[in-house]
Design a protein around this ligand. Structure first.
Ligand code: GDP
Length: 424
């Protein structure tokens, strides 16, 4: 069976933890989109890890971790990650890289930086990992596929051709040093050496695995609201964050994705710019940020403090719907145990009208949150294993959210560890 694990909102919902937990029963874990711009934080028997490229299942020796064709593959980052987890005692993970994955090139990272500099205050808050230039090139059909590393003639010719185009921009738009085709070719030879042992025809591998009845997890990055089509465009990422894209970014038939586990955090957080209707500020936000996640809500890759807010039923209902949730995993509920009452955003007021439908970006900018206050439970719920054993107000919170979003919450996460999970 194929299951997708994806985010309902802006990302950082705890997908890494849920994937790591489900990976116990899985044979294969596939990353199908995104790049090294965001990260997953995973706490397990080996310690605490922030991964950016490796799939979250790489800590188990029984799983195969796959970088699908939809990923923006940064080869040096992938190999440093493999090295760094092995240095901390994790056994060599089994890794396959799609021969159709495209590579983040050193100049993508430079162009990301140069463009942010050029835009100044009008920037999109990029993490400068080269993701937007990478996907632009992919769809402009000037990207480099892993398979092309193994065709020397093609590679030489293409490197010269691409450098010509890029150098026009470097010289006249950005006024920066030009690319040297010999140097770039040399870098690509190094990439070839690093990646060669792992290269695989992934869609064929997965086709056979599905036929053999293997358990496959598709691991998404970020969440619905960062999807380029259905998110808060243009403050979005450059590849689709939806479960549906899992079929494309892994290379499997869409009907094989039978379960879509949408991870949804018990409060909100976001990084980067863009409308965030239930956002809170000042001491209220600092308190939640400090207590949030596992050791505070700070970016796994960038260390940036995350923007904080109350749970947003409007955004989460929309987020779950676009993902096609069969199950909702409701995470980080334990963090809310300090509050006397818990505000929840149940509607958006836009131009004097209240709606529960998530609007397009220009209307979203005008939306004000309609808040409802639910009583808190004022206890630490970590360690509780059965749903019935949660305090009544805590169960009421879960059930209220479930009714508002309209999708079943089948898992409640009450701590960062693998076993901190309550099934309903
Ligand atoms: P991802 O990108 O969606 O995987 O999200 P993050 O890596 O930002 O994960 C969110 C943070 O919350 C991580 O530090 C996790 O260890 C932590 N976390 C996940 N689930 C829970 C939970 O139920 N309770 C607490 N306290 N922390 C959690």
């Amino acid at each position: 069976m194929v299951k997708a694990v994806v985010g309902a909102n802006w990302g950082d919902e705890g997908k890494g933890k849920i994937t790591d937990m489900l990976a116990k029963e899985a044979d294969i874990i596939v990353r199908f989109q995104g790049g090294a711009n965001a990260g997953h934080t995973i706490v397990n028997d080996y310690g605490k890890f922030a991964l950016h490229t490796l799939p979250s299942g790489c800590f188990y020796s029984h799983t195969t971790s796959i970088i699908g064709n939809g990923v923006a593959l940064n080869i040096p980052i992938l190999f440093n990650e493999i090295k760094s987890i092995m240095e901390r005692g994790v056994p060599q993970p089994k890794i396959l890289v799609s021969d159709r994955a495209q590579m983040v090139m050193p100049y993508h990272i430079l162009f990301d930086q140069y463009e942010e500099e050029r835009l100044g205050g009008k920037s999109f808050g990029s993490t400068k990992s080269g993701i937007a230039p990478f996907y632009s090139d992919k769809y402009a059909k000037i990207g480099f596929q892993v398979s092309e590393l193994f065709d020397e003639e093609l590679l030489k010719e293409k490197v010269v051709r691409i450098c010509e185009t890029k150098n026009v921009l470097l010289e006249h738009l950005y006024h920066k040093p030009l690319l040297d085709p010999h140097e770039l070719l040399e870098t690509l030879h190094q990439y070839r050496e690093m990646v060669e042992p792992y290269v695989c025809d992934v869609s064929s591998y997965l086709w056979n695995a599905i036929k053999e009845g293997k358990e496959i997890l598709l691991e998404g990055q970020l969440g619905t609201l960062k999807d380029p089509d259905h998110g808060i465009y243009p403050m979005v990422t450059s590849s689709s964050t939806l479960a549906a894209y899992g079929a494309i970014g892994a290379g499997i038939p869409p009907y094989e994705i039978q379960k879509v586990i949408v991870v949804c955090k018990a409060y909100s957080s976001a990084v980067g710019a863009g409308a965030f209707v239930s956002e809170i500020f000042g001491d209220e936000a600092d308190e939640l940020r400090k207590r949030g996640g596992d050791g505070g809500e700070y970016g796994a890759t960038t260390g940036r403090p995350r923007r904080m807010g109350w749970f947003d039923c409007v955004a989460s209902k929309y987020g779950c719907r676009l993902q096609g949730a069969t199950d909702v995993a409701f995470t980080v509920l334990d963090v809310l145990g300090y509050l006397d009452e818990i505000p929840v955003c149940v509607g958006y007021e836009i131009d004097g009208e209240v709606t529960t439908d998530f609007p397009t970006t220009s209307k979203l900018e005008k939306a004000k949150p309609v808040l409802k206050y639910l009583p808190g439970w004022k206890t630490d719920i970590r360690g509780i294993k059965k749903y019935e054993d949660l305090p009544e107000n805590c169960r009421n919170y879960v059930e209220f959210v479930e009714e508002q979003i309209g999708f079943p919450i089948t898992m409640v996460s009450n701590g960062p560890g693998r076993n901190d999970i309550i099934y309903r």
